[in-house]
Design a protein around this ligand. Structure first.
Ligand SMILES: Nc1ncnc2c1ncn2[C@@H]1O[C@H](COP(=O)(O)OP(=O)(O)O)[C@@H](O)[C@H]1O
Ligand SMILES: [Mg+2]
Length: 512
């Protein structure tokens, strides 16, 4: 005989709000969620007007920012469904996937649940000459919203059409800065958002499924209006299989794959983007190469190497790009995205099927060796700088100074042709530094290359004081190996003393 009891669980809204917030890496991703909803609405209803206005208004100098995303869609048809966590009843197209986007995004953008408001008017509102306002704080269960008359209270947005939706919230300056951490200036950050939107929705903008306007209003200044262009790369060459389309079944029904494999030189539309900000997309860097995947034109993830081929990013793959766009109206046929749409769910069989399709077209990405010689230029630069800084300082102190990029070690070895040339050797008085470098990122092998230089110096009777591994960045695995090697001793019984540093820390900018 089994007894039953009842447990009571009523979610606390405050806890839920803070629980569902914080899923996004940046405000840019949050804004994308609102923009996704607009586009989904245009797609599903084939609205005549397909305009989105993203307005950024600086409320006080270097202070909070009011963000608005307004569209010319049909308005929210089912408010009950739209405000239900995980509610999928209102889903209109595959861009409405999880039933969380709007709520997650608001909870992330406005953690204090006090500044956001959504204005919407659908067909039936229009017939009644009204629009509705749903305001913070979010609540669960019964929820009071305002019904307003536009002849008494004007529609607060820029579009004065029969129907549409406007989402508005105030975010902190810290949150605003997550769009582009390198910049602090209000307008520069807005430019970075424009670039991100142009990248995220490139195919959608290009094919006319939506137009996006950015309205930037710096505090005390006049507004700047700009329309977002599609950010696409300019292909230098296609690499087999080149470009094309193919119908395949990833496991849940047919999808159409549009693909391009190749190398790019620069942005197609330099005018609009490169002149404005340090373009972050389709740039000559490790971060903008690799496989990018879009679903129905919307970027989901990019810069994939390891996921597809089990290899690490490397500067010799710079400019190598695979663009994949998966097209389908059937959500079951598409790989599942993460709830914050900043990636796909690894382990999803449809995603695995896609990866293996990519591998069947290209077993391994081709390396471009012309990029791997680049560090020698950087060492020449470093040498020059060392002479003018540390060299001069040493002379003033009466110490000897030497900096050499041609030095060989294992010189006592009999085999003259098998001497090892070290990237850079520097000696300041009795201190000896040895360098191994990479233009971009290091790998574990570079630690051992440095160790070979060190051992070579010891073999030649020189006592190294420190070994520097210099690069633009170092993966954690390399830092771990350095720690391990530093616990070991060389042939003289001295501990290895390696340190990972960056070109930037030595005043050398590696951006090209
Ligand atoms: N701008 C909009 N215009 C029309 N309907 C919208 C808009 N934004 C949200 N909605 C409605 O709200 C629902 C919930 O949105 P959301 O929480 O983002 O979940 P999801 O998009 O993942 O389904 C959508 O399915 C849609 O019906
Ligand atoms: Mg959504």
């Amino acid at each position: 005989m089994e007894n039953t009891e009842t447990i009571h669980n009523f979610p606390d809204v405050k806890e839920i709000w803070s629980g569902i917030g914080g899923h996004f890496d940046s405000l840019g991703q949050i804004i994308n969620e609102f923009v996704d909803n607009c586009i989904s609405n245009f797609d599903a209803n084939n609205t005549i007007q397909k305009n989105i206005c993203v307005q950024l208004k600086e409320l006080e100098k270097d202070g909070n920012v009011e963000i608005s995303i307004e569209d010319t869609g049909t308005g929210i048809k089912n408010l009950d469904a739209a405000f239900t966590l995980g509610g999928r009843a209102g889903a209109e197209s595959p861009l409405n996937e999880h039933g969380f986007g709007l709520k997650h995004a608001l909870a992330s953008a406005n953690p204090t649940n006090d500044s956001w408001v959504i204005y919407t008017k659908n067909e039936s509102d229009a017939d009644k000459n009204q629009y509705r306002a749903i305001k913070a704080p979010y609540s669960i269960g019964e929820y009071q919203i305002s019904v307003l008359n536009p002849s008494e209270t004007n529609w607060p947005g820029v579009y004065s059409l029969k129907t549409g939706t406007l989402v508005r919230f105030i975010c902190s300056r810290e949150m605003y800065r997550t769009i582009y951490k390198r910049a602090t200036d209000f307008v520069r950050i807005a430019d970075a958002l424009m670039e991100d939107l142009g990248f995220t929705y490139a195919d959608i903008i290009k094919s006319g499924r939506a137009t996006i306007l950015i309205k930037t209003i710096p505090y005390g200044q006049s507004e700047i209006n700009e329309s977002v262009g599609a950010l696409t790369p300019l292909w230098e060459q296609y690499i087999t299989p080149g470009s094309g389309t193919e119908i395949i079944n990833l496991g849940g029904g047919d999808v159409k794959l549009e693909y391009e494999f190749g190398r790019f030189t620069e942005l197609e539309d330099r005018q609009q983007f490169n002149n404005k900000t340090a373009a972050r997309h389709y740039k000559h860097s490790m971060q903008s190469s690799g496989v990018e995947i879009r679903i129905n034109g919307r970027i989901i993830c990019s810069n994939l190497f390891n996921e597809v081929w089990g290899i690490e990013k490397h500067n010799s793959y710079n400019n190598f790009l695979v663009k994949i766009n998966i097209i389908s109206d059937n959500p079951d046929a598409l790989p599942k995205t993460r709830t914050s749409k900043n990636g796909l769910r690894e382990g999803d069989e449809r995603l695995e099927a896609l990866y293996s399709w990519i591998r069947s077209k290209m077993e391994k990405p081709p390396k471009d060796i012309s990029f791997s010689t680049h560090e020698t230029d950087l060492f020449e630069e470093l040498k020059k700088m060392s002479y003018t800084s540390r060299g001069i300082l040493s002379k003033e102190r009466g110490e000897s100074y030497r900096c050499d990029t041609e030095m060989h070690v294992f010189t006592h070895s009999n085999n003259a042709s098998d001497k090892v040339r070290i990237d850079m050797f520097e000696s300041i008085g009795t201190i000896n530094y040895v360098y191994e470098g990479k233009a971009d990122s290091t790998t574990s092998k570079d630690v051992y290359q440095l160790r070979m230089y060190w051992d070579g110096l010891v073999y030649d009777g020189i006592v190294p004081s420190k070994g520097f591994l210099i690069a633009k960045e170092h993966p954690d695995t390399v830092l771990e190996i350095i720690d391990i090697v530093n616990t070991m001793k060389d042939a003289r019984g001295n501990s290895y003393n390696f340190e990972a540093i960056t070109w930037e820390s030595r005043g050398i900018i590696t951006e090209r």
